[in-house]
Every structure is written in C-alpha cells, then in structure tokens.
Design a protein. Structure first.
Length: 83
C-alpha cells in the first residue's frame, strides 16, 4: 500500500492566505488604501459625521502595527550583521 505525500490543491490555499495575512507589507498597502480615500472624504467637510471616521479608526492601528513589524524585522536583521 502506497501513501501519497502530495499536497492537494485546496490545501495550498490556506498556507498562502496565512502568508499574505502575516506579511506586514500587505498590511501597510491595505491600510493606506483605506486611509487615503477616507482622508479625502473627511477633509471635504469635517463637520459631518461619516463612515470614514470609523474606517480610519480601524485602518490606522493596522498601519502602525504593520510598520512596527517591518521595523522590528529590520532591527533584528541588523543585529545579525554586527556580530
């Protein structure tokens, strides 16, 4: 009896999604794609309460967290070169 160790196509989707989700560059791009249009709408009329304020409150922490992850990786890599 032979056991196949090949991965099925539907099993390749989950690791790919996890890589995309954990990539900090994707977080920066997605959050900026939300932040920039929201700022344009908010700056048109600041006095009106809009959905964009909520989107901005959600996207800005994602942006900060992604940048922190990127800079932490940079700092960890530079420590390796100094040794």
């Amino acid at each position: 009896m032979k056991i196949a160790l090949t991965r099925q196509p539907e099993m390749k989707l989950l690791p790919t999604i996890k890589k995309i989700k954990n990539n900090p560059w994707v977080g920066v791009v997605v959050s900026l794609a939300i932040i920039i249009p929201c700022l344009y709408r908010i700056l048109d009329d600041v006095t009106v309460l809009r959905l964009e304020y909520i989107l901005l409150a959600i996207a800005f922490p994602i942006y900060i967290r992604s940048l922190k992850k990127i800079f932490d990786e940079i700092l960890d890599n530079t420590d390796d070169f100094n040794d």
